[in-house]
Design a protein around this ligand. Structure first.
Ligand code: PEP
Length: 257
């Protein structure tokens, strides 16, 4: 047993306009009681342009749903056309920001150094990064998934204080399980999550590691959520596809029932 509150975060990716975004948050809110939203933390990560609408709804109705962004700039401010800074997200009330998602690494050339800078920008602005790590299929087939994933984590958190590390959420997302319908087994998720926690214990101490939330991501749905969440080092989920369906997302929040 531990004191970590489970976190279920919905990564909407490049889906929904602001009207659809509001409708989805309303449906999620209708489907869950305040008690359910206290037992498990729910967060939504809309596209940048939907964040203001979602914020207005959540703040106006005092909904117990956190929100955040899917990415942020590696820079603080200035001549970076098209970028969105951590301070802009913080000003909108974002609690979380996804950093280093495999789609950013794959399609936008983000390397460990860029991911580390984004972690720094998140923390400088009071945002909790949801730091995504995970191996490609070839890496798993070669048996290197643990060292690869731990390496990504250690590179991204290099130079942080233990206090800063307390703000970080780690998401283990094996690339071969994202959007493929192929989920890691609960044992796969546990193996890597335990290794990530141990790496944090070795670098930052046992107290920090005991508080660290490690999420699993990769084709999570209501049908497979509970068995993965039952593993001792898995503290929640980062959910893509299933987070766009209010009923499915609500079921994920209710997984312990
Ligand atoms: C993700 O993009 O973080 C993700 C886990 O996607 P999906 O649930 O669709 O596999």
């Amino acid at each position: 047993s531990n004191t970590r509150k489970p976190l279920i975060a919905g990564n909407w990716k490049m889906n929904l306009n602001h009207l659809e975004a509001i409708a989805l948050v309303q449906k999620i809110a209708f489907s869950l009681t305040d008690e359910q939203l206290e037992a498990v933390e729910a967060a939504v990560l809309p596209p940048f342009v939907d964040i203001r609408s979602v914020q207005t709804l959540i703040d106006g109705d005092k909904l117990k749903i956190a929100f955040g962004a899917q990415d942020l700039s590696a820079h603080a401010a200035g001549a970076y056309t098209g970028e969105v800074s951590g301070s802009m997200l913080a000003k909108l009330g974002c609690a979380y920001v996804c950093v280093g998602h495999s789609e950013r690494r794959q399609y936008h050339g983000e390397d460990d150094e860029t991911v580390g800078k984004k972690v720094r920008q998140s923390l400088n602005n009071g945002l909790s990064p949801i730091l995504c790590v995970g191996e490609e299929l070839e890496v798993r087939d070669a048996g290197d998934h643990v060292s690869h994933t731990v390496g990504q984590l250690l590179a991204a958190v290099d130079g942080l204080t233990a206090e800063e590390m307390d703000k970080i959420v780690v998401a283990y997302e094996p690339v071969w399980a994202i959007g493929t319908g192929r989920t890691a087994t609960p044992e796969d998720a546990q193996e890597v999550s335990a290794a990530l926690r141990k790496a944090v214990a070795d670098k930052f101490g046992g107290e920090t590691a005991a508080k660290l939330r490690v999420l699993y991501g990769g084709s999570v749905k209501s049908a497979n959520c509970a068995s993965i969440m039952s593993k001792p080092d898995v503290d929640g989920a980062l959910v893509g596809g299933a987070s766009l369906d209010a009923e499915e997302f609500a079921k994920l929040i209710k997984f312990p029932e």
